[in-house]
Write a protein that binds this ligand. Structure first.
Ligand code: KIV
Ligand code: ZN
Length: 511
């Protein structure tokens, strides 16, 4: 039996720092429950001092998750640590993760502190966190650009102060695999009390090397990897959980460790995160992309038919790809609907919420005969989205699209309960619909991204549309799903506008 590689998921914290990926408390709980079901060891649920919303989300995740450790992030400051501890009170197993920067550039320019002051503050923070829990993690932020002797000094001091996990972040994604692995190995060798802590890594993907750097560190002794579902995260993202997990699992000949994950939950988690955050998964993304197991070339297809190992190194079903399974249909009742959703960890907080979702389900079942889990997930996200902050509502829409004619969209929106109609031409039906919405709302938002994905296969599948809107530096993602992709597009745009108006500003101190 090989040793376990601890999987520390930070989708809900670092992942949420992607522009536009913010999640509500209930969405975070849904993702956390899916991660728990996948048997992720540690779930970093947020940064409690950052905002009241972050605090409540960490508190809610701590209250719902029982089998994974729940972690809260805190700068090396008393107030941050106290707030994190408060948010984690209900957790069955709680970890406080505290950090302070150790690179010359961060210490001089950002913190304006001397190295001695940084060591003292790190030690103080770890000791304070230990007053609340035995499970304390420390990160020297920007370790990838820190002086190795100084890192040794800080790490020795925080282990002495009680840190059980020492995480080495490549905060700006600057490291190269061989060197990064060697740094981790050297730290473990040079720090005299390194055997008293688990060494962890946290790699960003600015050079596309986050997974390679993490795996190199594992080969050099790291026993925890910090990662996110779909590689979501600040800028170019974090190391992708699914890639780390499957690399380690598939190459047991090379790794002295294995993950304890139920990998068959990977695709479900990937879809859930994509669906909730509005960050689509590129089709050629390893493990979770729609084409990850699709063989196009005749030679490959022939080989796979004769013996799948000719061209497949993993089994699609081992990561949760299975033929779409019809779960519900037009004649399914409310109880079957509720039961299937509860199997997907979706629990309605009121009968009204259940009724609203069930009504949407019936509408969908009229248009689409077979309803899959993916449809249900999208439907629940939609119902949640609509019930949260709906200042604008699409009441009706008609689009005309004809060869040789300019497409037009005529629609009616309800704005704070008052209905207004507009008709606009556009270069295509979606463009016309967006113009008509803008002519009513006059938001001045800039459309930065528009993408359509089919939720399941077939031409009767629901299209899931994501839009990214920007205004004055603020970015939101809007989503909409419908069997008609022009309607899905209008819903996504309106959802984005509602979010833009409703969202309160969050603060992300110094991360
Ligand atoms: O990238 C980083 O350095 C972080 C730390 C807070 C671990 O996210
Ligand atoms: Zn990070």
């Amino acid at each position: 039996m090989s040793e376990t590689l601890i999987v520390f998921d930070t989708t809900l914290r670092d992942g949420e720092q992607s522009p536009g990926a913010s999640m509500t408390r209930d969405e975070k709980v849904r993702i956390a429950k899916a991660l728990e079901r996948m048997r992720v060891n540690v779930i970093e649920a947020g940064f409690p001092i950052a905002s009241p919303g972050d605090f409540e989300a960490v508190q809610a995740v701590a209250g719902h998750v029982k089998d994974s450790t729940v972690c809260g992030l805190a700068r090396a400051l008393d107030k941050d640590i106290d707030r994190a501890a408060d948010a984690l009170k209900e957790a069955a197993s709680a970890r406080i993760h505290t950090f302070i920067a150790t690179s010359p550039i961060h210490m001089e320019k950002k913190l304006r502190m001397t190295p001695d002051q940084v060591v003292a503050q790190a030690v103080r923070a770890v000791k304070r966190a230990r007053q609340y829990t035995d499970d304390v993690e420390f990160s020297p932020e920007d370790a990838g650009r820190s002086d190795i002797d100084f890192l040794c000094r800080v790490i020795e001091a925080v282990i002495d102060a009680g840190a059980g996990t020492v995480n080495i972040p490549d905060t700006v994604g600057y490291s190269l695999p061989e060197r990064f692995g060697a740094i981790v190995g050297k730290l473990m060798e040079k720090v005299p009390n390194s055997d008293k802590a688990v060494f962890s890594v946290h790699c960003h993907n600015d050079l596309g090397l986050a997974v390679a750097n993490s795996l190199s560190a594992v080969l050099n002794g790291a026993r925890q990897v910090e990662c996110t579902v779909n590689g979501l995260g600040e800028r170019a993202g974090n190391a992708a959980l699914e890639e780390i997990a499957m690399a380690v699992r598939t190459r047991q000949d090379a790794f002295p460790v294995d993950v304890a994950l139920d990998t068959t939950q990977i695709v479900h988690c990937s879809r859930l995160v994509s669906n909730i955050t509005g960050f689509p998964v590129q089709p050629n993304k390893a493990i979770v992309g729609a084409n990850a197991f699709a063989h196009e070339s005749g030679i490959h297809q022939d080989g796979v038919l004769k013996s799948r190992e000719t061209y497949e190194i993993m089994r699609a079903e081992d990561v949760g790809w299975s033929a779409n399974r019809m779960v519900l249909g037009k004649h399914s009742g409310r109880n079957a609907f509720r039961a299937r959703l509860s199997e997907l960890d979706v629990v309605f907080s009121s009968e009204e919420e259940l009724n609203a979702a069930f009504a949407r389900f019936k509408d969908l079942a009229d248009k689409k005969h077979e309803i899959y889990d993916e449809d249900l997930q999208a439907l629940v996200t939609e119902t949640n989205l609509r019930s949260q902050h709906e200042r604008f509502k699409l009441m009706s829409m008609k689009v005309c699209s004809e060869t040789g004619e300019t497409p037009t969209a005529a629609l009616t929106l309800s704005m704070d309960g008052q209905e207004t109609s507009a008709t606009c031409p556009g270069s295509g039906p979606v463009d016309a619909a967006f113009r008509a919405i803008e002519s009513i709302v006059k938001s001045g938002c800039d459309l930065q991204l528009y993408s359509v994905n089919n939720i399941t296969s077939g031409t009767d599948a629901q299209g899931e549309v994501t839009v990214r809107l920007e205004k004055g530096g603020r970015i939101v993602n809007g989503q909409g799903a419908d069997t008609d992709i022009v309607i899905a597009s209008a819903k996504a745009y309106i959802h984005g506008l509602n979010k833009m108006l409703a969202s309160t500003s969050r603060t992300h101190p110094q991360v």
